[in-house]
Ligand binder design. Sequence first.
Ligand code: HEC
Length: 153
Amino acid sequence: MRLGTVIATLAIASGVATAAVAAEVAPGDVAFTDDGVAMSLTGTAGDPDEGAKVFKNKKLGNCLACHANTAMEKELFHGNVGPVLDGVAGRYSTEQLRAIVTNSKQMFTQDTVMPGFYSLEVGKDVTKDLVGKTILAAQQVEDVVAYLGTLKE
Ligand code: HEC
């Protein structure tokens, strides 16, 4: 009887996990249109506080390596490879911001130095450990997009 209970519990747990994965759009299935990416990658609203952490984390977004952002003035280093992100929510829609973070190459050019954060074509000179993986998880992209939405002038 006890073994039966364990198996039943496992079945429920894996059912939940499968449902969570199914709700997520796979990197190759993201639908880009002229307006950007309309559909949430996960169906779960992004959390701007989590997004701010991903944004400044050098192992995750590392966005500050290339972008200055006055809202993070306490962080020491702000790069200048890309545009300053102050007020970016006024320049782009949520759909466009999602497209830029998901795969910058779809919004800019194939040659952009900005990585595609939820794309299997991450960019040039990708380290071996990233082959076949995305830099960010789908929910991390949604969180970063929610954070960018707070950057109003
Ligand atoms: C290796 C450098 C690099 C990194 C890292 C990087 N970007 Fe970019 N980003 C760029 C460049 C360069 C552009 C300008 C587009 C172009 O010409 O390629 C850009 C453009 C943008 C834009 C459009 C800004 C505007 O005003 O037009 C947004 C939004 C953006 N990046 C967000 C992010 C976010 C969020 C991250 C982190 C998850 C990030 N970027 C990481 C280089 C980078």
